[in-house]
Write a protein that binds this ligand. Sequence first.
Ligand SMILES: NC(=O)c1ccc[n+]([C@@H]2O[C@H](COP(=O)([O-])OP(=O)(O)OC[C@H]3O[C@@H](n4cnc5c(N)ncnc54)[C@H](O)[C@@H]3O)[C@@H](O)[C@H]2O)c1
Length: 266
Amino acid sequence: MRALITGGKGFVGQWLSAHLKDRGDDVAIIDLETDVADGAAVRRVMSDVRPDAVYHLAAMTHVGDSWEHPSQVLRVNVLGTAEILAAARAIPELPRVLVVSSAEVYGVVGTDQLPLDEHTATLPASPYAASKLAAEAVALQAWRGYGQPVMVVRPFNHIGPGQSPNFFVPALAKRIVEARRAGACTGPSGRRAQTAGRRNAAPGDDGMVAGHPPRDNARRCPRLVGGGLTASVVCGDAVVRLRRSCVGGSGSAPRGPARGPWWSAG
Ligand SMILES: NC(=O)c1ccc[n+]([C@@H]2O[C@H](COP(=O)([O-])OP(=O)(O)OC[C@H]3O[C@@H](n4cnc5c(N)ncnc54)[C@H](O)[C@@H]3O)[C@@H](O)[C@H]2O)c1
């Protein structure tokens, strides 16, 4: 199968590309060099590659930054999706398009609403979340209106090697590694990570979003929980593991005097 991955140089795209190649697929990727919101450029790529399947991952993905650039986020995430779908409709293969949305579309969710599913109300709270919900609407309209084969998914936060250190867990991991290398396992010292640790990383804090460090204004960092497996479970676990890699033992906060604000995370 011939696959086209948009945003193929990103965190998920690199893993997906490797996975598809392992499976024997012929994989083409595009990233920033082909702006997905540029219809002509996207149409050119689509007619060159002639994919059977399109994995549309390209997006402005940083929730925190989306508050600073809402129009750009809408342009890339919504118009980009529309252009990808239109270009896919224009080739004879009529490839199936996977549109990757986000669980952020649910907005602030109470634990009484878990597990979340497709029928849960969507109440996007950030520009990023709004853009993802709008992109979903564009994708589903293509299916209803043009009969285009489209799938929409709403992943919850995932973490792992290759994720940009602009996101919370890799930022934390990077700081721990740096601290270990320096021989002083004192935890992160940067203000941003400290703030993130205190505000968002407490294991058991149902409201944390793994994918973005908080902004100064807490109201701009909407709280989100995942579905059956909440984001806090995943990230709480990640934080404990990261700590364990640094201090050994259970991963709980070290005894004795606090070693910096990060350790007060819980
Ligand atoms: N990682 C997660 O936890 C998570 C959770 C839910 C949803 N998602 C969604 O999954 C998809 C992949 O996420 P990721 O973690 O790999 O993000 P990422 O930021 O690592 O990758 C996104 C890629 O899109 C590219 N891109 C941005 N603007 C572009 C443009 N105008 N034209 C072409 N390419 C552009 C970026 O250069 C980047 O390589 C995104 O749509 C994201 O919103 C991710």
